[in-house]
Design a protein around this ligand. Sequence first.
Ligand SMILES: [Zn+2]
Length: 262
Amino acid sequence: MTRACLFCGATGSAILSDEHIVPQWLLRHFNLPEDDQMFQGVANSDTGELAAAPRVHSSFRFVEGRVCAACNSGWMSRLEVAARPVLTALIDRGREISSLSSSESAVISKWAVKTAYLVTYAGPMRSPVQLDHVRLLCGDSSVPHSGVGVFAMQADYTQPSGYIQTGQWPQLAPPGVAIDRETPGDAYKIGLQFRHLYLLVAFWPNPSALLYPKKDLHIPLLPGPSRPDVNHTLDLIMGSGPIDRLAAFTNSLGVVRLDTAV
Ligand SMILES: [Zn+2]
């Protein structure tokens, strides 16, 4: 594998090493001990519709070596500066998600997508999202792929932080329309949790389907291919483990066939 910057493609000596996926200010904010252990478990899977068992982790101390100095000290640094005060307030629940302006939602969305993507490259699951989606984020004015949705909620928590990557997608279609049970290989869902703040980055490749959030649970920061009037009220299936709330938040985002449904 070539050592190229994941975001801009630069190669050579400009590539940094040991870049923290989650910035130092945020790790300090959590006051995690130096010997913080990475938690790995299998999420509750009562619905039995898993394409693959989701795996959940709760430490962001891992690092990624494929970010160049120009990206790191340029647009990524400016993104951190813009996101930090808003993120901190949301994490500590000093602010509610509903209070965010559209520009604040855009900043938090981009930060969530950037962090989620790096987690998929550097985390122990080794299931990276497609590189062309990562490259789209490069630069101050760039935005995520149009098929990506970002959703948030605030809730109680057990672990100070966690993440999950899952292939579970509840799928719905009107009567008489076949449901494609296979989850496309390039679909992805990444859930991130920092104390009270839960973030979900989701991509479904089929343009004839909409992301299908659960009403009053998945608050859109970046709607992607979803509509505010198309959401479900299915029961939330949630175990009692330390990161099951994150797993339920992530798993319960569905897709609905658009071509005949609406
Ligand atoms: Zn770069």
